[in-house]
Design a protein around this ligand. Structure first.
Ligand code: SF4
Length: 419
C-alpha cells in the first residue's frame, strides 16, 4: 500500500517479548525500543518465560545500556495466597530499575501502588479494556498506559485515544491469536491441567475434534468444514505490518509483539522486520509503501497463516485457518558466539542438524547474508561433514557479525515445530 494523504506520524515504541536473557539480548540487537519480561511468581506466563529477580536486574542493566526500556509483567490474576507472595516480591523490585509493571488484577494494582508508588503501571490486555470510560476509570486508579483489548478495531481505538489523550495506549500488532475473549479460557486447564489463566496454555483449541454419540463410541463424527478438518476454534496469527500508518494515526504509542514463549529466531525476525517498517515510515511518511520483503520475512517464521484480526472489523470471529499445522519454511541453525576477524570466520553454536553444503543465512540487524557450509570446522580444527545441535563450529564469513546474531536454514516443510 502506498500512502498518498498526509498522515500524522509520531514514531511509536516497538515492544518485544523477552522470555529470558538470551531473548532480551536478541530483541535489543535487532532493534527493540522496549521489552517485556515475566517476573517469576507474578507473571501470567509459564515459568519457562519468567525471569528471576537476579536475571531481571541483569537484563535491565543490559537493556538500559542500549536505551531500551524494560517492563516487568506482573499480570497474574492473584488469589489470596498469591497476594502473600506478591507482598514478598514487590518490595524487591525497588532498585532493579524497571520502567513499568504490567498488571491485570485490581488487587495487585492496589498492592503495587501502596508498596512501590513511584513505579508506573501498565494495564494488561487481560483486563479487557474496551471503551473510553474504562480507560478513565483505570487512569483514576493511577494507571499510566493501557494495553487495549485485542477485540477492538482501529476506529474504536482512535475514538478512545482522542477521548483520553493523557493515557498511553498500547496495541498488539503481531503474534498468536486466542479464540477466547481477551484470553480468558479454561480449555487447556480442563484438558491437561495447564491453565491459560496462569500462562501455560497448551492450545487445545487447535486440536482436531470429533463428535461422539454415547451409544455409538465406534462411530465418531469428524467435525468437518472441508475435507481436512474443522477450523471452528483455530485462529490464524495476527499480523498488522501492512497497516502501520492507520495504526499509528489511531493514536497508539506502543506496538506490541506477542510471544514470550517463542524462540530467539522469532524474536529476531519479527523485531528486525517491524523495526525496518517503522523506520521507513517515520523517515518518509508521505512516500511510505509496504516493502514486499517484510511479509516475505514474516512468512519465514513459523506461523498459522496471517490475519488482521479485529483491526478492521466491528465484531467477528477471526478468519479460520486451512492449515492445521504451522507453516514452516525455515528453522534456526544456530547463534553466533564470536567473530574471528583474523581468520574471517564465525563461531556458531549449532541449534539443528547441519550438513556440509547446506545454504545458511546470517541474519544481521540490517540485512541477510548467505553463508556456505562447504567448510565446517570443529574446535580442534577438523573438517566436518555434518554438525548437530550443541556442537560449536567455525564457518567462513567475510564481513563482521555481532555476538548473538541468528543463523537460519531453509527446511521447506510444514509441521508442528514451534519456532
Ligand atoms: S486454548 Fe486456545 S482459546 Fe483457550 S487460551 Fe489457549 S489459545 Fe486461547
Amino acid at each position: 500500500m502506498t500512502v498518498t494523504k498526509k498522515i500524522n506520524i509520531k514514531k511509536p515504541e516497538l515492544l518485544i517479548p523477552a522470555g529470558n536473557l538470551e531473548k532480551l539480548h536478541t530483541a535489543v540487537l535487532y532493534g527493540a525500543d522496549a521489552v517485556y519480561i515475566g517476573i517469576a511468581g507474578l507473571s501470567l506466563r509459564a515459568q519457562s518465560a519468567e525471569m528471576s529477580l537476579a536475571d531481571l536486574a541483569d537484563g535491565v542493566r543490559k537493556a538500559h545500556a542500549r536505551n531500551v526500556k524494560v517492563y516487568g509483567a506482573a499480570n497474574t490474576f492473584a488469589r489470596n495466597a498469591d497476594l502473600e507472595q506478591a507482598r514478598q516480591i514487590i518490595p524487591e523490585l525497588t532498585g532493579i530499575g524497571l520502567d513499568a509493571l504490567i498488571v491485570s488484577d485490581p488487587g495487585m494494582i492496589k498492592l503495587i501502588r501502596s508498596i512501590v508508588p513511584q513505579l508506573p503501571i501498565h494495564l494488561s490486555t487481560q483486563a479487557n479494556t474496551t471503551n473510553a470510560e474504562a480507560v478513565r476509570f483505570w487512569r483514576d486508579q493511577g494507571v499510566r498506559r493501557i494495553v487495549l483489548a485485542r477485540e477492538l478495531n482501529l476506529k474504536e481505538i482512535g475514538e478512545i485515544a482522542a477521548a483520553v489523550p493523557e493515557v498511553e495506549l498500547e496495541l498488539f500488532v503481531h503474534g498468536a491469536m486466542c479464540m477466547a475473549y481477551s484470553g480468558r479460557c479454561y480449555l487447556s486447564a480442563f484438558f491437561n491441567r495447564r491453565s491459560a489463566n496462569q500462562g501455560d496454555c497448551s492450545q487445545p483449541c487447535r486440536w482436531e475434534y470429533r463428535l461422539q454419540e454415547a451409544t455409538r463410541p465406534a462411530e465418531p463424527l469428524l467435525l468437518e468444514e472441508d475435507e481436512r478438518y474443522s477450523y471452528l476454534l483455530s485462529s490464524k496469527d495476527l499480523c498488522l505490518i501492512e497497516h502501520l500508518p492507520e495504526i499509528i494515526s489511531s493514536g497508539v504509542v506502543s506496538l506490541k509483539i506477542e510471544g514470550r514463549m517463542k524462540s530467539s529466531y522469532y524474536v529476531a525476525m519479527v523485531t528486525r522486520t517491524y523495526r525496518q517498517a517503522l523506520d521507513s515510515l517515520s523517515q518518509n511518511p508521505e512516500g511510505y509503501h509496504n516493502n514486499p520483503q517484510w511479509m516475505e520475512e514474516l512468512n519465514k517464521i513459523s506461523n498459522r497463516g496471517y490475519t488482521t484480526g479485529f483491526a478492521f472489523a466491528a465484531e467477528k470471529i477471526n478468519a479460520t485457518n486451512p492449515d492445521i499445522k504451522h507453516i514452516q519454511t525455515h528453522e534456526p541453525a544456530g547463534t553466533v558466539l564470536e567473530y574471528d576477524a583474523s581468520q574471517k570466520r564465525i563461531l556458531l553454536d549449532v541449534r539443528n542438524h547441519l550438513a556440509a553444503g547446506d545454504e545458511l543465512e546470517l541474519l544481521l540487524p540490517q540485512e541477510t547474508v548467505k553463508i556456505h557450509t562447504g567448510t565446517m570446522i570443529d574446535l580442534n580444527g577438523d573438517n566436518l561433514s555434518a554438525a548437530h545441535g550443541g556442537n560449536r563450529i567455525y564457518l567462513p564469513l567475510d564481513g563482521e557479525a555481532p555476538v548473538g546474531a541468528l543463523v537460519r536454514k531453509q527446511v521447506n516443510c510444514s509441521g508442528n515445530h514451534s519456532l
